[in-house]
Design a protein around this ligand. Structure first.
Ligand code: SAM
Ligand code: FES
Length: 344
């Protein structure tokens, strides 16, 4: 095996210049994904964890330049799901074998802390054996604490890019890398299992930025790392930018698996959007989580973060069955389990 890949596998680390070498060439890709798959099988066997994703609001007060549901986008038909609808999605998900629900949405001021806590406590009461994950953006430490006390135990917040100048190129001035990172450390301190991550191939991203992302992740030491290709969204400032590449995303998944053997690594919807077999290839490159959509079919198209998003026409049961087949074809098995991290 290549010396660099061997070193990455044994030391779980490389120098910046070595990482740049691996990031900039496709010469190591086969060796990388084989090594990543070996590590993934050692820690998790062939298990793939499923998380039921409920996209409960596409209102957002933020204006991120890349995001299809940014507040300036007038073409988006906005929607919110009420508590009963969210609970009905969880009922359906539970029957399909999901033991983790991920409530994701834009930063919607309608969902005050009180409303979020009421939803979380209702889910906690009805599904005591399930993990509740929130992904609702940047909040104060007190808000995060209130959601935790109401029964939420996981939180997904991608850092997006660790480099402050790159962050400023992707977001309006009201948003900063500093606050995003503050949120992540607050969440960890409160006791959440935290997921972070970034887009691959976002506009202006350099290989050096990616090294900073890996270094930030080493500092944060999250339980989950969500990465997916940037995909342009209509009516956004980045509508004409080029999408991130499948191969670079797969390469990064393998690097992440080798640097963080224990980590929960989703094969994301964005990966499945840029290539029909993107999620299967993601699993073979080291990913061990899939997050099928549990939102009601009539709102799915409206949560259009980017062009061509897959699974918008499917019912939850169809998505579940489709994924079962895909995961098995890739050589793995979906398990019905809360799917906790296995630190090694
Ligand atoms: N508001 C919450 C937050 O900020 O974390 C959750 C929703 S946000 C839309 C979820 C993730 O979608 C972001 O962290 C971002 O990485 C991803 N995303 C947004 N626009 C995207 C695009 N055009 N291509 C790929 N991923 C995108
Ligand atoms: Fe949704 Fe295949 S995973 S239809």
């Amino acid at each position: 095996m290549n010396e660099l890949i061997g070193k990455l596998q044994t030391e779980r680390n490389l120098s910046d210049s070595e990482l740049l070498t691996v990031l900039r060439t496709d010469a190591f890709d086969d060796a990388l994904s084989a090594a990543a798959d070996a590590v993934r099988r050692r820690v998790y066997g062939n298990a793939v964890f499923v998380r039921g994703l409920i996209e409960f609001t596409n209102y957002c007060k933020n204006d991120c330049y890349y995001c299809g549901i940014r507040c300036s986008s007038r073409s988006v038909q906005r929607y919110r799901l009420d508590k009963d609808t969210i609970l009905a999605c969880c009922d359906e998900g539970y029957a399909l074998g999901y033991r983790t629900f991920v409530l994701q949405g834009g930063e919607d001021p309608y969902f005050t802390d009180e409303r979020v806590c009421a939803i979380v406590s209702a889910i906690r009461e009805r599904f005591p054996d399930c993990a509740i994950t929130l992904s609702i953006g940047e909040k104060t430490r007190d808000s995060y604490r209130a959601f935790f006390d109401a029964g939420a135990n996981r939180y997904l917040l991608r850092h997006e890019t660790a480099d402050p100048a790159h962050y400023a190129a992707l977001h309006p001035a009201a948003l900063s890398a500093e606050n995003r990172k503050r949120c992540l450390f607050d969440l960890k301190e409160i006791g959440y299992q935290v997921g972070s991550g970034f887009m691959v191939g976002s506009p202006f991203q350099t290989a050096e930025n990616l090294v900073s992302d890996l270094r930030f992740l080493q500092e944060l030491d999250p339980d989950m790392i969500g990465i997916g290709p940037f995909i342009p969204a209509e009516n956004t400032p980045f509508a004409d930018k080029t999408a991130g590449s499948l191969t670079l995303t797969l390469r990064l998944l393998s690097i992440l698996r080798l640097m963080f053997p224990h980590v929960l690594l989703p094969a994301t919807t964005a990966l499945g959007t840029i290539a029909p077999d993107g999620r299967e290839r993601g699993l073979r490159a080291g990913a061990n989580v899939v997050m099928p959509n549990l939102s009601p079919a009539d709102v799915r198209e409206k949560y259009a973060l980017y062009e061509g998003k897959i699974c918008t026409g499917e019912e939850s049961a169809q998505c579940r069955a489709c994924l079962e087949t895909r995961v098995r074809a890739a050589g793995y098995e979906i398990v019905t389990d809360v799917g906790n991290v296995r630190r090694v």
